[in-house]
Design a protein around this ligand. Structure first.
Ligand code: AMP
Ligand code: FES
Ligand code: ZN
Ligand code: ZN
Length: 340
């Protein structure tokens, strides 16, 4: 309860719900909106539905697959979809991450029990069982993850998400990226002027090439704080630990910087992201040449689309015996990799 109360900023005791006048549990300064529990729990799905329609993400006729990590965002997204009347299956990817906190074992348990409790179908991919190695082991072996396994992990997750979505004929894959995630990614892409990443950062990644599944981020306008409050107030159990490898990561640092900005200028994070989307819609990148996505072919090993000559970046990881000078670079030729 303490945690809920502390979500309210400012003069807590005086804060009243804008809709009913009851005591507010959350004040969203960027929206100049304070709400009580009941109205906040109605407001969140309304906002998500608004984003789904605004960005033309999907309809009730689509076959939806939600990537669930066991964290607050993806489990809340699954919950919201149900409340909005969408039927969606889940996908959990077991990465074999331990980090002294049994991270994968525990996060799977949250995803599994949510699915069981709500009688939902959950696909499970077990990377160590399927490929014989955990993310950590692959990272140790390849230059790509020499210092941290995050890049190996990101590539592996995108590969598995696309593979399972195609294999089971889902038309749309949903992830729980929230506004703080998107703003931090955008910030990182901007300060490095990563053109192809900027072109592709979007609430919707179209399945515009054969073999690619449509990917959407229905929480892209929701603050992380709002999602934490939603999970808490809905009684959703989720893994509170961050991935042990994410500590001190650049994206967390960028999130902290943006939060400093936000605390002085409420709405700055949202404005940063939405202004970017508007600028892109108005043609900011229209003259850029997106040569990364142009020539995709099927990887001879796994059949997933790639623009790399020969094997896709994921399969290259498994034939890599030694550090290779090109394999650790930020950019690679795998189209499914472009976003982050
Ligand atoms: P992250 O990359 O950890 O910030 O997670 C972003 C989104 O990717 C989550 O909200 C999930 O939708 C998805 N995701 C992350 N990890 C997993 C996982 N192990 N299994 C399935 N989906 C995941
Ligand atoms: Fe992938 Fe941490 S390295 S979740
Ligand atoms: Zn109210
Ligand atoms: Zn491949």
């Amino acid at each position: 309860m303490l945690a809920i109360v502390s979500l309210v900023q400012g003069k807590r005791s005086q804060m009243r719900c804008r809709k009913c006048g009851e005591k507010a549990v959350i004040n969203m300064r960027q929206h100049k909106l304070a709400l009580c529990t009941a109205h906040f729990l109605d407001w969140v799905p309304e906002q998500v539905e608004h984003a789904i329609r605004r960005y033309d993400m999907f309809t009730h006729h689509d076959r939806l697959l939600v990537a669930v990590s066991g964290g607050k965002d993806s489990l809340s997204l699954w919950d919201i979809l149900q409340r909005l009347g969408y039927s969606a299956d889940g996908l959990y990817i077991g990465l074999g991450i331990d980090g002294g906190v049994s991270y994968s074992v525990n996060s799977f348990e949250y995803a599994r029990s949510f699915a069981q409790e709500h009688d939902l179908k959950l696909h499970v991919v077990d990377i160590p069982a399927e490929y014989g190695e955990s993310i950590q082991a692959i990272a140790m072996r390849t230059h790509r993850g020499h210092y941290k396994p995050c890049s190996v992990c990101g590539l592996t997750k995108r590969h598995a998400m696309n593979r399972i979505a195609r294999q089971y004929n889902y038309s749309v894959l949903l992830t729980g990226h929230n506004l703080d995630d998107e703003a931090a990614i955008l910030f990182g892409n901007t300060i490095n002027w990563l053109g192809p990443y900027l072109i592709h950062q979007s609430p919707v990644l179209e399945a515009d090439k054969p073999g690619l599944v449509r990917k959407v981020k229905p929480l892209c306008r929701m603050y992380e704080r709002e999602m934490a409050a939603y999970a808490l107030l809905r009684g959703i159990s989720y893994i509170h630990d961050e991935c042990p490898f994410a500590k001190d990561s650049t994206s967390i640092y960028h999130k902290e910087l943006l939060n400093k900005l936000e605390s002085d200028r409420p709405g700055a994070k949202l404005n940063f992201y939405l202004s970017f989307l508007r600028a892109r819609r108005d043609g900011l990148f229209s003259s850029s040449i997106d040569d990364q996505a142009e020539f995709l072919h099927a990887c001879p090993e796994c059949g997933q689309p790639t623009s790399a000559p020969g094997l896709c970046a994921f399969c290259r990881m498994f034939v890599q015996v030694e550090d290779r000078p090109d394999s650790g670079q930020l950019m690679d030729h795998d189209h499914t990799q472009l976003e982050k």
